[in-house]
Design a protein around this ligand. Structure first.
Ligand SMILES: Nc1nc2c(ncn2[C@@H]2O[C@H](COP(=O)(O)O[C@H]3[C@@H](O)[C@H](n4cnc5c(=O)[nH]c(N)nc54)O[C@@H]3COP(=O)(O)O)[C@@H](O)[C@H]2O)c(=O)[nH]1
Length: 837
């Protein structure tokens, strides 16, 4: 054995030193002890660190032979991580005596690490300073300690991560340990600070009474082994806020079953209690809400109701038990194709919030309008699990809205659709007619003389009349027709698709039905009335393919019907359009004609049949329009009358005629009256008499040289008022004549009362008087009649000598016409007067 080969020289030179080795002992005994000691031992040189001796246990344990060891240093059995420590340890090692160096990691020959507890003793070995080392293998112990440490760490981490406050106390009710949560809740930073303390040593916010109660409870747990389970208490946290706790305490048992302390676990339930309270309040709010609330769950194609609040039962009439578990589509019944449903389905599909309006039906089948707001309920992962629907019964608001809509689309007096609604229907009808190639009729209807009835019998009768006519028109037409009121006495009819009428004409039966509706005798209060109406018709598509054009063309046709003497129906023609275009043109230019001084007066002389001299001059208006040229009155007087401009134009004529007449007189020309045509509208102006006086005063013309020509039709309206005004004028010295005599419907009894100076026979009678006996007889009668009224007779439109001859023969006083002179400019008229001196 190697052991014996090396033993002899070593044995003879082993002088042991130190406390235990101080006396010399027989070398063999110690050598054997060293050699056979079960614990690894070695001696190394303190200078070279080489092994000087190793025992068998060391060789066995480390796997090196003795010879190998003796070629190694003590650094060779240490891993690199231990080298620095070794250096430091050796520097600190005492020069004499024993040293405990603690636990080291050494490496075996096969590289495996072992943990060894090293103790050593300084000595002189064979004359060298050396150290005897004892190595106790504590690998298993270290591993066990590490495992224990690890498990303690684990356990510590476990109790520190528990959402519970955990503590344990000994029999003296002192804290032995706790987790981090408990330490913090107690007002301390770390668990170690709690150890050894009793409850009243901790910086709790709560008082002595609570501590006593707490300790009494602890004692009971320890003494009787009776656990405390789920006791709730409210304590003040170190931050001063109250916390709600759930307390559990268990007795802690020792190895033999004896109670050695207690384990406490405290759960802070403040947040969950608050959440529970919130939930309770929310649940109460749901129950108390005036809005119906449904919580549904999507199950396949169904939305199954999981919760419905009492308001739902109240609004829908269903018992809650009836609807839970059912799909909510019963609320729409068969009325499922609603606009709101489309939006709702889309929102459900895309999991979005939406507000829609739905027609819902109560259990008794009655409709209620539901403004439904639906929102998805998401789980923690963001997936929709439920839907919350808030039902708002907006039936009353909807009804109000419908009423407002009705009011904005219907006429308040008659209940008929108004212009707006008619327009909508017309547009829809056009779209329909265009698609199916149908035609249709738009009829604008105006009651004749309604204004007269309204003015004379009062507005109540007028309203009654309009309501009666509306009802009759509605009854006379089909449901598919529309009757609307445009305002005043104007109605409009939309007659789509008249069967069998493809020639652009209305069915005679329909026309007759409308006429009968208007003209059937009507008794309104004490009044029996018989009405007529005028109608203008446009036809789709012939007269237009838009609502606006059909409207406009029917209106033009109506205008024509009224113009043509009322009580008639006129279909629109393109010629009418030309007239309207012309009218629009004239109306536009007329607006500024006066301020632009575009008017001039021409004059036509009247000749005295007895003397052949100029008996007077008629002022005739001309319009020198830059674009249109010289415009004759027939082209613009009518428009001026309709638009009311005739009043200001007539005033200008009056002033200008007076000024010209006075100018002639001042120029020394023969003094003859100047005649001015007065329109009905101008004459009816309240200040007309004053206006005439003003013109005379402004010009300085004597009233006797001004003659006013009033038409027969003007004089026959409001006869008393006309007579009164004429008397005023007459009293002022102004001469008066009745113009166009014979064209109107003069009542002889009235004629007597008019203070007239002249009667002008209309030129149509003069034109026809020589053609036949009745014609000449009429003129003769007119002359006789005029003379009997004390008037001078003027024949208009005399163009031939034959006419002149007959008129002179029959006693006509004056003639006017192209035979004598056409109307001429003021300058030319002055020359005529000059020539007539
Ligand atoms: N309110 C006002 N009306 C006016 C005014 N000026 C004219 N008028 C009215 O316009 C109508 C047309 O007038 P006018 O084109 O001037 O025609 C007059 C004569 O030119 C025409 N006349 C005269 N002699 C003849 C004739 O031999 N043959 C023939 N074919 N026509 C003739 O008659 C018109 C005068 O008519 P009257 O006024 O009835 O005497 C016309 O109604 C005018 O009244 C105005 O300022 N204000």
């Amino acid at each position: 054995m190697m052991r014996f080969q090396h033993r002899a020289p070593a044995r003879s030179t082993l002088p042991m030193q130190g406390r235990g080795w101080r006396s010399r002992r027989p070398l063999t005994r110690f050598d054997d002890l060293f050699q056979d000691h079960p614990q690894p031992m070695w001696i190394y040189d303190l200078v070279s660190l080489r092994f000087l001796r190793v025992n068998l246990a060391a060789c066995r344990h480390y796997g090196y032979s003795e010879a190998e060891f003796l070629h190694m240093t003590i650094r060779d059995i240490r891993p690199p991580s231990e080298q620095a420590r070794l250096t430091a340890d050796m520097a600190a090692a005492p020069h004499a005596g024993p040293q405990s160096s603690g636990v080291w990691t050494h490496l075996k020959r096969d590289g495996r690490p072992i943990s060894v507890r090293i103790s050593s003793h300084a000595l002189i070995h064979e004359g060298r300073r050396a150290r005897l080392v004892f190595a106790l293998d504590v690998t298993q112990q270290v591993a066990a300690e590490r495992a224990l440490y690890k498990s303690e760490q684990l356990y510590r981490r476990l109790i520190d991560t528990m959402p519970l406050q955990v503590f344990w106390k000994n029999l003296d009710l002192r804290y032995v340990g706790c987790n981090r949560l408990f330490a913090l809740a107690s007002g301390l930073d770390d668990p170690a600070s709690v150890v050894g303390k009793r409850d009243h040593d901790l910086p709790w916010q709560h008082g002595a009474a609570e501590h006593e109660a707490e300790e009494a409870e602890d004692r009971a747990v320890i003494e009787y082994g009776r656990p405390v389970r789920g006791r709730e208490q409210t304590l003040t946290a170190p931050d001063g806020r109250p916390r709600r706790h759930l307390v559990n305490k268990l007795p802690l048992h020792g190895r033999h079953g004896e109670i050695v302390g207690l384990l406490g676990m405290v759960e802070d339930i403040t947040a969950s209690r608050a959440a529970g309270e919130t939930l309770r309040l929310q649940s109460r709010a749901l129950d108390a809400s005036v809005n119906a609330i449904l919580i549904t769950r999507r199950a396949g194609d169904d939305d199954v109701i999981e919760y419905a609040n009492p308001a739902f039962a109240r609004i829908s009439g269903y018992e809650l038990a009836e609807v839970i578990g059912t799909d909510c589509r019963f609320l729409q019944g068969d009325d499922r194709e609603q606009e709101g449903m489309l939006a709702l389905r889309e929102a459900l599909r895309t999991e979005r919030e939406v507000t829609v309006e739905l027609r819902n039906y109560r259990k008794d089948g009655t409709l209620f309008w539901n403004q439904l707001h639906v929102a998805p309920v998401l789980d923690a992962g963001g997936a929709t699990t439920h839907w919350v629907g808030v039902i708002n019964d907006i039936t009353a608001a909807k009804r109000y809205q419908q009423e407002l809509e009705h009011q904005s689309t219907h006429d308040a007096l008659t209940g008929l659709p108004n212009r707006n609604l008619f327009q909508d229907r017309l547009e829809q009808a056009i779209a329909y007619a265009a698609r199916y190639g149908h035609q249709m009729w738009v009829v604008v209807l105006d009651l004749d003389n309604f204004k007269l009835i309204n003015d004379t019998l009062g507005h109540a009768v007028g309203d009654n009349l309009l309501q009666t006519v509306s009802g009759r028109l509605r009854a006379a037409l089909r449901d598919s027709d529309t009757v609307a009121r445009l305002g005043g006495d104007e109605f409009i009819l939309l007659l789509p698709d008249q069967p069998g009428q493809n020639d652009g004409t209305l069915s005679p039966r329909t026309v007759q039905a409308v006429l009968d509706a208007v003209s059937a005798p009507m008794r309104l209060g004490a009044h029996d009335l018989a009405l007529t109406c005028s109608m203008g018709v446009s036809v789709y598509p012939r007269d237009g393919d838009t609502a606006a054009s059909l409207f406009k063309h029917a209106d033009i046709a109506l205008y024509r019907a009224k113009d043509g003497g009322r009580n008639q129906l006129q279909f629109y023609t393109s010629e009418m359009n030309a007239r309207v275009t012309e009218r629009t043109l004239i109306e536009g230019h007329l607006r500024n004609a006066l301020v632009r001084h575009e008017f001039v007066l021409h004059f036509q002389p009247r000749i005295d049949c007895a003397t052949g001299r100029v008996a007077g001059l008629e002022a005739l208006l001309r319009w020198q329009q830059p674009e249109l040229g010289l415009v004759q009155p027939d082209r613009f007087i009518g428009v001026a009358e309709e638009t009311g401009r005739i009043v200001e134009i007539g005033e200008w004529v009056l002033y200008e005629a007076c000024r010209q007449a006075k100018a002639w007189q001042d120029a020394g020309l023969p003094r003859v009256p100047v005649a001015v045509n007065v329109s009905a509208r101008q004459f009816r102006q309240a200040g007309f008499v004053q206006e005439v006086r003003g013109a005379l005063e402004a010009s300085g013309l004597e009233a006797g040289y001004l003659e006013l020509e009033l038409t027969e039709s003007l004089m026959m309206q409001n006869v008393e008022g006309v007579i009164a005004a004429m008397l005023h004028l007459k009293a002022g010295g102004v001469r008066l004549s009745i113009d166009d005599f014979g064209t109107g419907y003069s009542s002889l009894s009235y004629l007597r009362r008019f203070p007239l100076d002249y009667l002008k026979i209309d030129r149509s009678f003069v034109r026809d008087m020589l053609h036949d006996a009745p014609g000449s007889a009429i003129v003769r009668s007119m002359i006789t009649l005029g003379h009997s009224l004390g008037c001078r007779i003027i024949a208009e439109g005399v163009e031939t000598n034959d006419q002149l001859g007959y008129l002179t023969q029959e006693g006509c006083d004056e003639i006017q016409g192209f035979l004598c002179s056409r109307p001429v400019t003021g300058e030319a008229a002055g020359e005529l007067l000059y020539a007539d001196r």
